[in-house]
Design a protein around this ligand. Structure first.
Ligand SMILES: *[C@@H]1O[C@H](CO)[C@@H](O)[C@H](O)[C@H]1NC(C)=O
Ligand SMILES: *[C@@H]1O[C@H](CO)[C@@H](O)[C@H](O)[C@H]1NC(C)=O
Ligand SMILES: *[C@@H]1O[C@H](CO)[C@@H](O)[C@H](O)[C@H]1NC(C)=O
Ligand SMILES: *[C@@H]1O[C@H](CO)[C@@H](O)[C@H](O)[C@H]1NC(C)=O
Ligand SMILES: *[C@@H]1O[C@H](CO)[C@@H](O)[C@H](O)[C@H]1NC(C)=O
Length: 402
């Protein structure tokens, strides 16, 4: 029991990061702990004899609290027991928390680790695949109560990551699905490469949990359109990832291509698509490990070229075209505000009706695994905070959850 506690605590201190070298540290640990423990016993005897001991005993709680986290759970442990050998679990356990002290460079490197013996018999441990919901936000999540209802009851099949402005501190209570899911974040400029950096940061954090299989990018103005099981099954059964990646011959498509991107990216390979994607684990790894296309986009996809509409869309078209559905699963309305509007419509309280939501849920036809379907969108944007109340009201009858 005590042994298990100690392992847990070491893991916390190391943030459960799957780092080489961690094992080495673990090996040398018990000897050091033994010395500490014996030293502490001696200290205790001296203390007991001294009159001062009474005073100190009263403050024992504080002394223990001031001791380093590594050391505390060992008080009273049977020091002579050998440490059990590590099993596979050490490599498959998700990080204990979303926060960590890694730089982007370290994080992307770590996240690009990928098991290569997966195809045949699958994973040699019980792995329930999860959907990683990656919230790319300024900070607050005004529609969080709707998402809470969407996730409720589906623990173990999803995980959540929230990217915010760097100084924003989310403040969810411990009973929220968003509690402590904020990842270390950096500034983002809309349309620039820093946007793709944030997407890669989200993907990399989510990849550290080996059970995450599908990775969905959503924003604070997105809502789920179906219940969790439908959403999960849609990703699980699909033979494609929902990345919109199309060849647009116009000014806002091929017109944004820069000849300096060749030979890594040729004009015929240049793709465009909305930012909000879903990718499976292989595609997620391909995105975080990319060192071929990334520098080209960073250097040559400059204002006028919106990196978040081209980078992932183009690099995946080159690396894994057969895996792309070439459409997004996130509905958006560009019809308001004119054909050249840079911003899609935002829907508020007055827009939310049963007819409106039903229209989004089944108003189009698209391909799913080569078959026509009207289930094209799992998410929709953009919704203002004022839409929350009517959405919560209609969710049980129209959206199928809550
Ligand atoms: C954070 O939580 C405290 C205590 O519940 C509350 O008073 C405060 O308004 C919250 N801040 C934000 C930004 O939600
Ligand atoms: C969703 O799927 C899970 C796992 O297959 C199942 O246990 C649960 O009952 C389902 N929930 C609903 C509401 O269908
Ligand atoms: C996914 O496939 C399973 C098994 O074939 C089926 O029961 C389920 O309804 C499918 N889900 C979706 C959303 O297509
Ligand atoms: C998506 O487009 C690529 C070419 O860009 C093509 O290879 C792929 O088959 C398309 N996917 C589907 C589902 O049609
Ligand atoms: C899907 O529908 C379109 C038009 O509605 C039709 O032309 C096409 O053949 C259909 N495709 C399949 C695979 O059924």
């Amino acid at each position: 029991m005590a042994m298990a506690m100690r392992v847990e605590s070491v893991e916390e201190a190391k943030q459960a990061a799957i780092l080489p070298g961690a094992q080495e540290q673990r090996r040398t640990f018990p000897a050091g702990m033994l010395k500490l423990f014996l030293g502490l016993m001696l200290f205790g005897v001296v203390m007991g004899l001294s009159a001062f001991g009474v005073f100190l005993a009263r403050h024992a709680g504080e002394v223990a609290a001031a001791a380093p986290a590594l050391f505390r759970p060992c008080l009273g442990a049977a020091a002579a027991e050998p440490e059990p050998e590590e099993g596979l679990e050490r490599w498959t356990r998700p990080p204990a928390r979303a926060q960590h002290a890694m730089t982007d460079e370290e994080l992307l490197w770590l996240a690009s680790y990928a098991p290569r013996a997966r195809a045949g018999s699958g994973y040699p441990f019980r792995r329930v695949p999860k959907v990683a919901f990656m919230f790319l936000t300024h900070g607050p999540l005004p529609l969080a109560p709707l998402w809470e209802r969407f996730f409720r009851g589906n623990e173990g099949r999803y995980s959540i990551y929230v990217h915010t402005m760097p100084l924003y501190r989310a403040n969810f209570t411990a009973d929220s699905v968003f509690y402590r899911r904020q990842i270390p974040s950096q500034d983002v400029q809309w349309g620039q490469m820093t946007m793709c950096d944030a997407e890669r940061r989200l993907l990399a954090n989510a990849l550290l949990d080996i059970s995450n299989e599908w990775f969905v990018l959503v924003s604070e103005s997105c809502i789920p359109l179906f219940d969790f099981n439908t959403t999960y099954g849609y990703f699980q059964n699909s033979s494609h990832s929902f990345v919109m990646s199309i060849d647009d011959p116009g000014r806002d498509g091929r017109g944004r291509y820069n000849l300096n991107m060749a030979p890594e990216v040729e004009l015929e390979q240049w793709r465009k698509g909305w930012q909000w994607f879903e990718a499976d684990r292989d595609l997620a790894v391909a995105i975080v490990e990319d060192t071929v296309y990334y520098p080209k986009f960073k250097q040559f996809c400059r204002p006028g070229c919106y990196a978040d509409e081209h980078y992932i869309q183009t690099m995946l078209k080159i690396e894994a075209p057969h895996k792309l559905a070439n459409r997004t699963a996130t509905w958006v309305d560009w019809s308001r505000g004119g054909p050249n509007s840079a911003h899609p419509a935002t829907f508020g309280r007055g827009d939310i009706t049963e007819e409106f939501l039903k229209g989004i849920r089944g108003g189009e036809t698209c391909l799913y695994n080569g078959q026509n379907t009207t289930l094209c969108y799992l998410f929709a944007r953009k919704f203002a905070p004022s839409a929350l109340e009517p959405l919560l009201e209609l969710a049980p009858t129209v959206l199928g959850f809550g």
